[in-house]
Design a protein around this ligand. Structure first.
Ligand SMILES: *Cc1c(COP(=O)(O)O)cnc(C)c1O
Length: 244
């Protein structure tokens, strides 16, 4: 429940932010010759208190949320008004936590190794479900972080397509933070062309329909380059406060 006036003010800001971001997304889509409703908005809710997430769901039409950490999501889930809301895991997932999250989210966007895909397939089979996932691709091999690098990625596609109980619905990417301007546009473009490539392969168990790219600082650029789903956190809820 929102009771005090500073919380109230924060809620108003969240509502205004969402309105503006949706307008920006629609504008960017139309400018790129796409329909204004062609891009989904995910509200990234990591570190955000349940009351503000609920406000955005109940009053601002948020119908898709993203969380980074298994523990954090499972810890606050019971406080959230999740009826009719899709939940995606977007943060790095350790294989030993797969068991805990399988069946609890609608999609795992952060599949960054064959090993992880294999474990997801195994645990999904145990639950009698097919897990929907995106493959996280990182085209900047010089920077070590999460995501398949391009050689590992192409090598893994065939192997992943042989797994049961896992459905690859598309790609996700987080561009290296240092990329800006033309370089960033090029990066998004490259990811988009890999996405189209993979889609045209019609691999078994792949149902490519979603390219997840764009965050608070670059979602309009990502939409320009073909993103179907933008993941926006701080531009909605304000700067994150860690370690509360
Ligand atoms: C935190 C996070 C986001 C949202 O970041 P903002 O810059 O706050 O919009 C998007 N995607 C992933 C994978 C994240 O970890």
């Amino acid at each position: 429940m929102i009771t005090n006036s500073s919380d109230n003010e924060r809620c108003n800001t969240i509502a205004e932010n969402l309105k503006r971001i949706r307008e920006n997304i629609a504008d960017a889509a139309v400018k790129a010759g796409r329909s204004e409703n062609s891009v989904r908005l995910m509200a990234v809710t990591k570190t955000v208190d349940a009351e503000f997430i609920n406000y955005s769901i109940d009053n601002c039409g948020v119908d898709l949320i993203g969380e980074n950490k298994v523990q954090e999501f499972l810890g606050k889930r019971d406080l959230l008004h999740l009826n009719g809301v899709e939940k995606h895991l977007i943060g790095h997932l350790q294989t030993n936590k797969v068991r805990k999250i399988i069946g609890e989210v609608d999609m795992i966007q952060s599949v960054d190794s064959f090993h992880l895909a294999e474990e997801i397939a195994l645990q999904a089979a145990k639950c009698g479900i097919t897990a929907k996932v995106l493959l996280e691709l990182n085209l900047d091999a010089e920077v070590t972080k999460t995501g398949f690098d391009s050689s590992g990625f192409f090598d893994s596609l065939e192997k992943i397509s042989e797994l049961k109980n896992i459905e690859v619905c598309g790609l996700m990417t987080v561009p290296p933070v240092e990329l800006t301007g033309v370089e960033l546009e090029r990066y998004f473009d490259k990811i988009h062309s890999v996405y189209s490539d993979v889609k045209s392969k019609n691999l078994n168990g792949f149902n490519m329909q979603m390219l997840s790219m764009g965050m608070s600082g670059d979602y309009q650029i990502a939409v320009k380059h073909g993103s179907d789903l933008v993941r926006v956190g701080s531009a909605i809820y304000g700067a994150r406060i860690y370690n509360k």
